[in-house]
Design a protein around this ligand. Structure first.
Ligand code: S3P
Length: 176
């Protein structure tokens, strides 16, 4: 399974919660690239540029998805790698965690000191809206779309777990 979505959409947190609910393995692609290269994402962007980072995303993806029962959380720009989505194994479940630009701006302001995002150094509303608009047609390719703005991580994870295991109802309505 691959969780798609813009920066701050919760791909990592949801992926972690979901993997734990399903008993699957969670893989965060950015962390995986950092581990493999020994460099931070910010360093790779600064020293080698975005094309090199995108190359690393493309190179790492098939290997990480080769195992079964994986929840992969790639970075928000993973979807911009031409042909990568189309190259996913045919049975790969894809989910888009939708988030609105104002929520992105709010979350970026809150997280700035902890996370470095080279493509959004300043959480500027216009830039966020532009980048998001460019990517929406790409994220739309995902098989499932979830509006995450008003949902807690646990609830989003539960919704996706339902897709994987539809036989287990989330709540049972009493038969009156
Ligand atoms: C990027 C998103 C980041 C990271 C890199 C590029 C993007 O990941 O991969 O900074 O192009 O949207 P998150 O979506 O986890 O912030």
């Amino acid at each position: 399974m691959v969780l798609l979505g813009f920066m701050t959409s919760g791909k990592t947190q949801v992926g972690r919660a979901l993997a734990s609910q399903l008993g699957w393995t969670h893989v965060d692609l950015d962390r995986e690239i950092e581990r493999a290269t020994g460099e931070t994402i910010a360093r790779i962007f600064a020293d080698q540029g975005e094309p090199e980072f995108r190359r690393l995303e493309v190179q790492s993806t098939p290997r990480l998805l080769a195992a079964e029962h994986i929840v992969l959380s790639p970075g928000g720009g993973w979807i911009t790698n031409q042909g990568l989505f189309e190259s996913l194994p045919p049975d790969t479940l894809t989910v888009w965690l939708k988030v609105s630009p104002d929520i992105v701006a709010r979350r970026l302001r809150r997280s700035r000191s902890r996370t470095v995002r080279p493509l959004l150094q300043e959480p500027d509303a216009t830039r966020i809206a532009e980048l998001l608009a460019e990517r929406i047609p790409l994220y739309e390719k995902a098989a499932f779309h979830i509006d995450t703005d008003r949902l807690p991580v646990s609830r989003i994870a539960a919704e996706i777990a339902q897709i994987v295991r539809p036989g287990r109802p989330r709540s049972i309505t009493p038969d009156t």
